[in-house]
Design a protein around this ligand. Structure first.
Ligand code: LMR
Length: 415
């Protein structure tokens, strides 16, 4: 829990009407005095806006509705063998992605059918009623594995003891916007959430950043959480991997379960590099199955790079269901052993990487896991000139983004 300040009381906001369904702390909406930022480098169009930081000391996040009833996992032990409860925080919990994701988490499809789960839902003051609505739907779904649900707007409370933090909440990209436009706006959210994780989460929490620009948000988050291992932070590029698998399958005329070894290199942006050189189709190198090199280099690469933007044009909003599915895939890749010879893509912290990619950024690379929540980099993937040239562009973009958020990663101290 963050330090308390009774003098902060004068800055508190009025709390909204509380639904009788939600037993939450009456002081859940109290605000922490804002830090002062004098010198803020502007990298894109938006000026940095200060977020109202929430007063951690002021209240508690309480259980929701039926999840406040007591239960005893041991009572079921004659018929079931339960694992220890896993605590999962989800930010942006009232949003579209979460609306798909939470029900998958509660169903057991992510952590397994013998894994009871506690969901800790983080929303904003504005979304609080919607958050209650989500919690009500979770109640009504009667999931046997869902043992606790709590809702709140203070990351210092919601992240208490969490073992997984799925950071989805951020201002989404609208039509015509680049992900980098969101740097200033969203970076501050992730700085605050990094601090909160550092203060109250499990020391081995695994953090998956989804809110865009997710690589740099993950970097901001990990820099603000110095007591949590940097390798525990991921930026979601699994959606890009899934999109790439689908397009290769379509071109090769096979079902997409035949595609393996699909790496996305770099940033989750239009500079990302879907690696057709190392991808395999039914065990064979993709280039042996798809002989059309021009298609691979041009159309395939562009389609994956721009898929998110095209979806925004079609929907008028960001992808939600497929993003939720890819979050499930990303978690499952860490909690189940990677099949022999295969790998998955994740945006991870570069710290002694074998590919000569700049250190101290979050870069998508091929990873493997033993299923224990950790991963190791796949070290012997070949990179040709075509790939390398593009990997460098994505690296340049991430280094530029990093410079833009130096005030949030602690590299530039503000007066
Ligand atoms: C996506 O790739 O669909 C999302 O990250 C949305 C976006 O901003 O492109």
């Amino acid at each position: 829990m963050a330090p308390s300040s009774s003098s902060a009381a004068s800055t508190f906001l009025q709390k909204p009407q509380t639904s009788p369904l939600a037993r939450r702390s009456s002081s859940a909406l109290l605000l922490r005095p804002r830090p002062r930022h004098n010198l803020v480098p502007l990298c894109r169009r938006q000026a940095v806006q200060e977020l109202p930081a929430v007063d951690a000391a002021a209240g508690r996040t309480d259980c929701f509705g039926v999840f406040c009833t007591t239960y005893d996992l041991r009572a079921d032990e004659e018929t079931k063998s339960w694992k220890k409860l896993v605590n999962v925080a989800v930010s942006g919990a009232a949003g579209m992605i979460s609306n798909h994701l939470l029900f998958k988490l509660a169903s057991g499809e992510v952590f397994g059918p013998d894994q009871p789960i506690a969901l800790k839902l983080l929303g904003s003051e504005r979304s609080f009623q919607a958050l209650e609505g989500v919690a009500m739907e979770l109640e009504d779904s009667l999931y046997p594995l869902l043992r606790e649900v709590s809702i709140g707007i203070d990351p210092y409370e919601v992240f208490q003891d969490v073992e997984w933090a799925l950071l989805i909440g951020a201002k989404p990209r609208g039509p015509g916007m680049e992900r980098a436009d969101l740097l200033d706006i969203n970076g501050q959210i992730f700085a605050q959430q990094g601090k909160a994780l550092n203060a109250v989460a499990s020391r081995n929490v695994k953090v998956l950043v989804v809110g865009n620009p997710c690589n740099t948000n993950a970097l901001i988050c990990l820099k603000n959480a110095p007591d949590i291992p940097a390798e525990n932070f991921h930026a979601l590029t699994r959606l890009d991997e899934n999109r790439a698998k689908c397009q290769l399958a379509l071109k090769a005329g096979v079902f997409y379960d035949k595609i393996s070894n699909m790496t996305i290199w770099g940033n989750h942006s239009t500079t990302q590099v879907p690696d057709f050189l190392n991808a395999r189709i039914d065990g064979k190198p993709a280039k042996e199955v798809i002989r059309d090199t021009k298609w691979l280099e041009e159309e395939f690469t562009k389609t994956i790079q721009k898929r998110g933007g095209v979806l925004i044009q079609k929907w008028g909003r960001s992808s939600a269901a497929s993003t939720a599915v890819s979050i499930v895939d990303a978690i499952r890749s860490l909690v189940t052993p990677t099949p022999e010879g295969d790998w998955f893509s994740s945006g991870v912290y570069t710290n002694g990487n074998p590919y000569g990619i700049a250190e101290d950024i979050v870069f998508s690379m091929p990873c493997r896991s033993k299923g224990d929540g950790d991963y190791e980099l796949v070290k012997d993937v070949k990179i040709d000139e075509f790939l390398w040239e593009r990997i460098k562009k994505s690296e340049d973009e991430l280094l530029a983004e990093k410079r833009c958020v130096a005030h949030l990663t602690g590299e530039v101290r503000l007066q």
